[in-house]
Design a protein around this ligand. Sequence first.
Ligand code: SF4
Length: 494
Amino acid sequence: MARTLKYTRRASHEVVIGGYKIGGNNPIAVQSMTNTPTADVEASVAQTERIERAGAEIVRLTAQGKKEGEALQPIMDMLRSHGSKAAIVADIHFTPEIAMIAAEAVDKVRINPGNFRTSNGELERLIAICRRRGVALRIGVNHGSLAKRVFDIWGDTPEGMVESAMEFLKMCREADFHEVVVSMKSSNTPVMVHAYRLLVEAMQKENMTYPLHLGVTEAGDGIEGRIKSAVGIGALLADGIGDTLRVSLTEDPENEVPVGKMLVEYFRHRDGEFEVSDEDYARYSPTVFSPRTTAKPIIHSEITDEYDIVDATSANPTHEWRAVILGRADNRPKVLRRRYEESDPERVAIYAAADMGQLLIDGLADGVWIDAPALDEATVADMELMLLQASRLRFSRTEYIACPSCGRTLYDIQSTLAMIKARTSHLKDLKIGVMGCIVNGPGEMADADYGYVGSSPEHITLYRGREVVERNIHQSEALDHLIEIIKRDGRWHD
Ligand code: SF4
């Protein structure tokens, strides 16, 4: 028997968010998040409008305290009086009381189940407000901030993330409240992809059809940040998973929107069906990572006779490659090759990452060849290396886990990231977290070797892994101190 691999969107139910609908047959909505202090109503409105003009349907604002929570109503009033149609989401991390205030003002509330108790009626109270006002809820699970009770059983794993989401989804279903969206973000693309796929599996078993919000956290900036986001988000979109998405970049938030739109547009045209026998397909599992070979992951200039090149020419390259590679029973390592005629390097990088990332994460391929005749060799080689790194197959440069910044950010993260890169980008074995706030930063910088985290305005706390090494030093000295720590650890070279 054979099965046909083709693009089909996962069935989800429709959820209303302000004037937009996501899920069902609605187009995949693109969103971004402000990084102005939310209590500064005028600045937040102005930035929300810039994000909307860039094309986003949904805009999120952080509401970390009462002051910010109470600013949401005047923000909504001003936006609507200006004619803005953007659906507005409040991001709540820690304080359930603020979620209640926010739900009285906005179109959707995002909560992190890691910080919400399930035993004291907090969620039920929030649901009651959401139901009364027609407000949607996002259960936003983040790798790195799971509740202790989940962490103690499952650890910081995709399974733990799924457990955390399912606990809340079941409570929502129990309350007969279905205006719920779910996300499972991580800065580690294989963790992110596996978490979403496991969640889809767990929801299917429960006959749940909640729409999914996709995102890779702390992706960084520039081409590197775009590739990392496109690998994670593209790997899921290729299989029809995802109803709304946010590309997180350490740049102005309006820069995120065209990247998100480009991904949505790219996956609108996925014609192509490919047959694979059941026997061959049995070698593949979307939820168990098992590389086919132990070959060194390579870029096209490193190809030797040992490697087999697999070309994809259809509009559905991900399924084409999956079918061909599963159909070849040999043990030769596979290099994915595809031609991209575009002359814009950003577009080529995003398309290639979205096409090839899934095969790399799934262990089906061992190398990439981006055949882009309009770009020069060095640019393409660099992109290929970034793609292998974003899929966590080969580390050839310092990995920066940089948050996109939000209203909680305590220093100028864009210029600081550039400064840190200028002095450390030759340390290719290191992962450095650059995070805007100490509330979420340490949890979300995941497996960084060192962390540079905002702890009070213009003050930084430095981490080695999860351990605080220096607390609250002024920003003017922080980078020198970080370098000193790396030197003392014997991990620096010139
Ligand atoms: S880590 Fe960055 S994006 Fe996340 S809450 Fe803190 S400042 Fe905002």
